[in-house]
Design a protein around this ligand. Structure first.
Ligand code: SF4
Length: 480
């Protein structure tokens, strides 16, 4: 299927879309196939191989535990954070994996196979990169006689998307075919602008028309409002959770204190009123809250990745509370803003997926935080009344000033620099939208040019700076 807005904004668990969500999804697919093959009952042993970036930063990103949950049959969209804790405690306590037990929830956990599991069953190859992508993983199960019953290799290519080895060309072909079914397909910003001009429509309208190829209007609207409600719930949960983030870096959660302070600063005002004087603090707060929740393995919306999950909610929050005229907006107006914002941001996300990458392991943090900042800038410019050219300009400005951003998280954890980086990138997105809206849409560098530059910069970037925790902050800061 062609990439749509619901692929770019999917619900999952933290801390990483490529290192947690993708591997869990791949392992769950493998478990489902195994069950369907009828060979599940004969499985006596399991072997998992993790390659490249998955092996290098997998521990900090929760890859190993995500794979175990996936092998039990859990999918990132549906598993609850409580279930994660409960299942991982059980696996650790019993040394047994309930292989494929959750593939069909209606069948009950006893439908799986209790398989002894030890750390040595998962082998890490941080220095080996498989040809297709640095985030490679191989699953294999054998019977008591050593016969391989099922095996498969997958790649987690960013944003929770997975590709199976050997099916890359078929997947690409299917994608190209499915795009033909879209009423207004586009691959580049130039094509998108052309569609807008020929139809006299905005960017969010083009995206909406394309989405209608696979869903009704109500489903699109309800689906996008649900995405926003999950973003809001993520913030709400985070604001109640104090203490230190997991992983050993001793990073304190700041969002609850900041929230309290903001409420104190404005205590004499209507609790729903947001004083424009504090817009920056609110944006920072939302970004921090989402990313702290993500870092603790909570429920987040991948937007378009988990590491960059705080930027779009923070900028959308700004649009809903601080954009001109929003003080008089009705609930229906606010819902319109959410839908329009996410559609325009999604359209720009498609451009990054089509022409470059949203995987930090492939192109560095510019592909994650940069893409999210660019998407958010487009969303904000759209809901603030920007023309297609101004929206494109906003997206371009935001990415231009994220070019070269490296991924070197300390300890391989999605905490430093990731959490604060989301707040900074949200502010950049807001500034980019404002700059674009004060122009007339004409600009020297096109969005396509900056996307290609991001891709090429990513290609040239040393692998030390692409989610391997082997360079930059990861080696220059003492972990404890
Ligand atoms: S530095 Fe950026 S790309 Fe790397 S894990 Fe953090 S947010 Fe993701």
């Amino acid at each position: 299927m062609a990439v749509g807005v619901f692929d770019l904004f999917s619900i999952g668990i933290g801390p990483s879309s490529s290192h947690t969500v993708g591997p869990m999804r791949a392992a769950a697919v493998f478990a489902g196939e195994l069950k369907e093959s009828g060979a599940l009952d004969r499985v006596a042993s399991l072997r998992v191989d993790l390659y490249g970036s998955l092996a290098a930063t997998g521990r900090g990103h929760g890859t190993m535990t995500a794979v175990l949950l996936g092998l039990e049959g859990y999918h990132p969209e549906v598993i609850l954070p409580e279930e994660v804790e409960e299942r991982l405690a059980s696996i650790a306590g019993t040394g047994t994996l309930n292989l494929a037990g959750a593939v069909d929830p209606g069948a009950g956990p006893e439908s799986g196979v209790a398989l002894p599991y030890g750390e040595s069953d998962m082998i890490l190859h941080p220095l080996t990169v498989l040809p297709r992508h640095t985030n490679g993983m191989k699953f294999s199960v054998s019977g008591a006689d050593g016969e391989v019953l099922h095996e498969a290799t997958f790649f987690s290519v960013g944003g929770g998307f997975i590709v199976r080895e050997g099916e890359e060309d078929a997947a690409r072909k299917e994608l190209e075919e499915s795009k033909k079914e879209l009423p207004l397909p586009f691959r580049t910003a130039a094509e998108l602008m052309g569609r807008c001009a020929s139809k006299g429509l905005g960017i969010s309208d083009i995206m909406f028309i394309n989405e209608r190829a696979s869903r009704s209007e109500e489903e699109i609207r309800e689906g996008l409002l649900h995405i926003w409600s999950v973003m809001e719930a993520c913030v709400e949960t985070s604001l109640k959770r104090e203490g230190v983030l997991p992983g050993g870096l001793k990073v304190r959660r700041r969002a609850p204190d900041w929230h309290e302070r903001l409420l104190k600063e404005t205590k004499d005002q209507d609790p729903d009123y947001r004083d424009p004087k504090y817009w920056q603090e609110w944006v920072n707060l939302i970004a921090l809250a989402v990313n702290e929740e993500n870092a603790s393995g909570g429920r987040v919306v991948t937007a378009p990745t988990n590491g960059a999950a705080g930027i779009i909610p923070a900028v959308l929050y700004y649009a809903l509370h601080f954009a001109p005229g929003m003080d008089k907006a009705t609930q229906a107006d606010r819902d319109d803003v959410v839908v329009k914002f996410l559609l325009a941001a999604g359209a720009v996300g498609v451009l990054y997926k089509e022409q470059a990458s949203i995987s930090g392991a492939e192109v560095g943090c510019q592909g994650e935080v940069g893409s999210a900042s660019s998407m958010a800038a487009a969303g904000l410019a759209e809901v603030m009344g920007g023309s297609p050219a101004q929206v494109e300009n906003a997206a371009e400005i935001a990415m231009e000033h994220n070019l070269g951003l490296t991924c070197d998280p300390i300890g391989g954890l999605v905490q430093i620099p990731c959490i604060e980086r989301n707040a900074i990138a949200a502010a950049k997105a807001i500034n980019a939208a404002k700059m674009a809206l004060w122009g007339d849409g004409t600009h020297r560098v096109s969005l396509d040019e900056v996307i290609v530059t991001m891709r090429e910069t990513g290609k040239d970037m040393s692998s030390k700076y692409k989610e391997t925790a082997m360079g930059g902050l990861a080696v220059n800061v003492v972990e404890c």
